[in-house]
Design a protein around this ligand. Sequence first.
Ligand SMILES: Cc1cc2nc3c(=O)[nH]c(=O)nc-3n(C[C@H](O)[C@H](O)[C@H](O)COP(=O)(O)O)c2cc1C
Length: 183
Amino acid sequence: MLYEWVNALKEDLATNAPNGPWVAALATVDELGRPHARSVVCRRVGEDGSIFFFSDARSQKNQQLRHRPDAEAVFWISGRRTQYRLTGRVEIQSDPDSAERAAFWFQLSDASRALFFWPEPGKPLEADASFPAAIPETSAAPPTFEVLILRTHQVERLEISPQPHRRTRWRADRAWTREPLNP
Ligand SMILES: Cc1cc2nc3c(=O)[nH]c(=O)nc-3n(C[C@H](O)[C@H](O)[C@H](O)COP(=O)(O)O)c2cc1C
């Protein structure tokens, strides 16, 4: 049985964008405690509320998460005028023997696989750098391909259609029971 909030999030995402992409803002913290947020595509919402993203091992976010796994992901579901804010810690899946990681790699488009063969993200652009446009599924996942798994421990949903707005919290340490809050 799905938790109430997982069911609601999945339904809202699917209704709002049946064919995706489901884009979240993922916020991390660097070594100096400064926040960094960026858009990422949500690849899967697990039954336990884990949220799966793909990212380059060389990117700032992955480096920040290796140092400090605390993170928040925010979804804005425009069609439902609803925001979900998921708080948790990110586990990085980089094991070359992981069947799940290999399956995720396989399901990517050729164009998306190619990004993991581009030069190091965020470094100065070099004139002779090569940016492949497509990588076939027969090519094994490179070490740059990492799966970020947000292990959610708290969720807040804010619905702004009702008057007054409706704010609801669920926390793992409260057995995911629903807590209505002031908006
Ligand atoms: C719509 C959209 C979707 C994106 N999806 C991803 C993604 O799934 N994974 C990813 O690593 N970066 C994605 N990006 C790029 C990130 O927003 C970001 O620019 C990049 O990952 C570098 O961020 P970092 O230096 O903080 O790691 C996406 C950007 C946009 C505009």
